[in-house]
Unconditional design. Structure first.
Length: 318
């Protein structure tokens, strides 16, 4: 029998290992949500869908949702930081092998990319309306605002690609961040987490946009894209479990959390059933039977996406 003596004493680790609170899975969820909105906004433009003048207002204003959502996510992350006054040090260096370093710079880059794309998508009367906002007039930013609108309009294709690339990076990063700790956390020891969180983020982004009063064809297009994303997400979950099952003893113990363990009921009810299968069935029926869309499926998808991050974080901390 081997005997170990532990002399370390950390109030945040000993005698437990779950040092991450609600802030982390909320941040991961909102990061994926913002990524989904960015990717969808970019694909709508790059795929040659109707011009801005023919799109609904909510579809054209969608890029502005991303910085709002990610700001809430960064607030949650900031609340989790132990040394909040030193957050600026993330931006004093860039490490190619560090997912956190990539994520920090992606978060900064998405602000100009999304805001400029949003301004480039506005109609002339909407630009004048936004220009009348009191803060712009008080701070005498009318000249800067006009320049940003012109810059975005002239370089819209570049901004569409920037939103697509940054959105893909942000969505995958939220899963890769957990996967980078996989050696110590068997439930996160999977290369599938990056693609899984990316596809889930796309699905939740589509769900968020479907809650707004879009045109019929816009809603139908999002519904079709989302149905394919849900199907792919279910397939990736299957690959995730196969990977754990083919691993060593610790990986199989992590797999047991989802099959008979303490996370089984939560995962299969909140994520798989309510968060994926039921919305998929509803979307298929809406498309084939011509049923009027409701908010039921999008809300379930958003709750399922949040539950996925919550349960995955819990699995790694167990």
């Amino acid at each position: 029998m081997e005997e170990f003596t532990i002399i370390r004493n950390s109030l945040h680790i000993d005698p437990h290992l779950d040092i991450w609170g609600w802030e982390i899975f909320v941040y991961l969820f909102l990061g994926g949500l913002a990524a989904g909105v960015m990717i969808i906004s970019a694909v709508n433009g790059l795929a040659g869908n109707p011009a801005d003048e023919q799109r609904s207002r909510w579809s054209r204003w969608a890029p502005f949702l991303a910085p709002v959502v990610i700001s809430l996510g960064m607030l949650a992350l900031f609340l989790d930081l132990e040394h909040k006054l030193y957050v600026w040090r993330f931006y004093t260096a860039f490490r190619v092998t560090s997912p956190m370093s990539w994520g920090a710079w992606i978060l900064i880059g998405l602000y100009p990319a999304t805001i400029l794309l949003g301004l480039a998508s506005l109609k002339e009367d909407e630009i004048k309306w936004v220009g009348q906002f009191a803060p712009i007039r008080w701070l005498k930013l009318s000249g800067l605002f006009k320049w940003m609108c012109e810059f975005g309009s002239k370089r819209k294709t570049m901004l569409l690609w920037a939103n697509f690339i940054l959105g893909m990076g942000l969505g995958a990063y939220t899963g890769i961040l957990l996967g980078s700790l996989g050696v110590a956390r068997p439930a996160w020891n999977s290369a599938i987490l990056g693609p899984l969180f990316l596809v889930s983020g796309f699905s939740t982004g589509a769900a968020l946009l479907m809650l707004f009063p879009l045109e019929h064809n816009e809603h139908g297009r999002l519904r079709r894209w989302d149905a394919w994303a849900i199907t792919l997400e279910l397939a990736l979950l299957g690959l995730f479990f196969i990977g754990l099952a083919s691993g060593d003893g610790s990986d199989r113990m992590a797999l047991g959390l989802f099959f008979g363990g303490k996370l089984t009921a939560l995962f299969w009810s909140l994520v798989v059933a309510a968060g994926l299968i039921v919305p998929l069935v509803i979307e298929i029926l809406e498309g084939r039977k011509g049923i009027r869309p409701t908010a039921f499926a999008p809300v379930l998808l958003l709750l399922g996406g949040l539950s996925l991050r919550w349960i995955m974080v819990l699995a790694g901390l167990s």
